[in-house]
Design a protein around this ligand. Sequence first.
Ligand code: HEM
Length: 412
Amino acid sequence: MASGHSNQIFISFTFLLIALGAYLVHGQGTRVGFYSTTCPTAESIIRSTVQTHFRSNPTIAPGLLRMLFHDCFVQGCDASILIDGSNTEKTAGPNLLLRGYEVITDAKTKLEAACPGIVSCADILALAARDSVVLTNGPSWVVPTGRRDGRVSLASDTANLPGFTDSIAVQKQKFSALGLNTQDLVALVGGHTIGTSACQFFSYRMYNYTKVGNGVVDPSINPAFLPQLRALCPQNGDGTKRIAMDTGSPNKFDTSYFANLRSGRGILESDQMLWTDASTKTFVQRFLGAGLNFNLEFGKSMVKMSNIGVKTGNAGEIRKGCDAACNGVGVWLLLACDGVTRRAARAMLLFLPACDSASSLCHGPCLCGLWAVSINADFSLQATDLVADSRLPPIRRVQGDLGFFLDCESGG
Ligand code: HEM
């Protein structure tokens, strides 16, 4: 009896170590067709959702492309940009004008109906950005999937994002810190071939470019373009007014954005610098026909960007709704394991949400729950609340925890 009890403690301790070990495994990588068996319709549901929204509001296409960029550069591509709450990334200055959140919410709702708890918000965003580019006549590329959603979203982390006054040296440094080279930088900023910018981000170039002197015009603006630009964004006018970043073809994914840089018609200062700096100018020239196919290279760089810092395996979670973290599986601590049979085990699990209450990720306080969990013959989990509390996150099937339950079986 006593020895049975100590065996049980030993087994429990082993399981605890395995559980924690499994939880800490990171970076198993994304792969093409991750949902092909678990949710075969995932990609088509996302595509049709993006298409529907695009038909009624084409601005969601540039919106979603930019949203993915802002997600990937902060905490990796883990949908941290989507989390609501005070001081989350969403609330930070560079993210205030992001648009297209409703598309992700809509896609997630449909996916939860079709395949509950399977498709991450991070994958939805990566796929929706690709689908958006396709809708603007841009290239398509294959998106490796299997990202999991992050639990951390802090406004203060957005300092990583490049700013529109950043020099090329700073832009290159911010991209290379995330594994993106100079060609990736030029190709990805080429995403400005679609979408618009608010006047507030470049008016200073036309009226008060203080880098040269008070009241001076940025000398890199083509003088023939200046009156047109001034008419679009009058001095002391509405800073929120939006104008095309690729003058003449803002809704079409093409190389005319680069042609505009060549003729001094870039909108943002950071854009025009791609032409004034020799190290980036060479790629602009190549994308304009001298040896590099922009569409192809853009797709390749997007795959690189959308793999920055991805959480896979047991890292992160699959959020239930994209706008709130802390509703998934945390660290599983096995307290006891008894009644083991060949086909089913029963275990008591203590749930510790792995969120940081200081970062205000949860809508309410972070909660702990206690469940009795049984394992079905197909190794899916069934849970019963031991402490009934409607605020607790509902338990879902936990993939990846199978290993230690199988151990449990052999230990019994
Ligand atoms: C040096 C790097 C970059 C800087 C400084 C920068 C800056 C900006 C700024 C200031 C805007 C205007 C925002 C607004 O008024 O709402 C903008 C818009 C946009 N950016 Fe970037 N960006 C950069 C890189 C990128 C990258 C890598 C992508 C995508 C791969 C991208 C995609 C977009 C798109 C599509 C828009 C239009 C958004 C819309 O119409 O809603 N940007 N960017």
